[in-house]
Design a protein around this ligand. Structure first.
Ligand SMILES: [Zn+2]
Length: 142
């Protein structure tokens, strides 16, 4: 099996509802996401995928949706207030935790047609969350 990984850096804000800790209040992080694609064979260029293609696709999505935006749970009561003030936001169907960011990236890359196998989302330098699936045995993301 061959695998390639690209890293992406960006800034975002969030807060966690029903949470007792620093992340309960509005604040920001310098996010880093590592996206790994896996294939059993290489293309005619000898690659899993040209890094530049993955960078282009993912960076465009990050710039449009996440970078320098407030990422909130769609049920967060702040969402309507920020919308009225025209503040840039991205609303998630799940709490905006590192785990759910990893899943969000995984699903976006998969829906874009790439053979993603693993996404590691670093919320801080020392803490990260991973979302992965073994495509052969996966039933949840079919
Ligand atoms: Zn946080």
């Amino acid at each position: 099996m061959f695998a390639v990984t690209c890293e992406f850096h960006f800034c975002y804000g969030h807060r966690l509802l029903n949470y007792d800790g620093k992340c309960a209040h509005l604040h920001g992080h310098n996010g880093l996401v590592e996206i790994t694609l896996e294939k059993e064979s290489l293309d005619e260029k000898g690659m899993v995928l040209d890094f530049s293609e993955l960078k282009q696709v993912v960076n465009a999505w990050i710039d449009k949706n996440i970078d320098h935006k407030m990422v909130l749970d769609e049920n967060d009561p702040l969402a309507s207030m920020l919308a009225e003030l025209n503040e840039p936001m991205y609303l998630m169907k799940r709490p905006p935790t590192a785990e759910n960011f990893a899943r969000l990236f995984f699903e976006y890359v998969k829906e874009s047609g790439y053979p993603v196998s693993r996404v590691v989302f670093h919320e801080t330098e020392k803490c990260s969350a991973t979302y992965s699936c073994d495509t052969k045995n996966c039933t949840s993301c079919e």
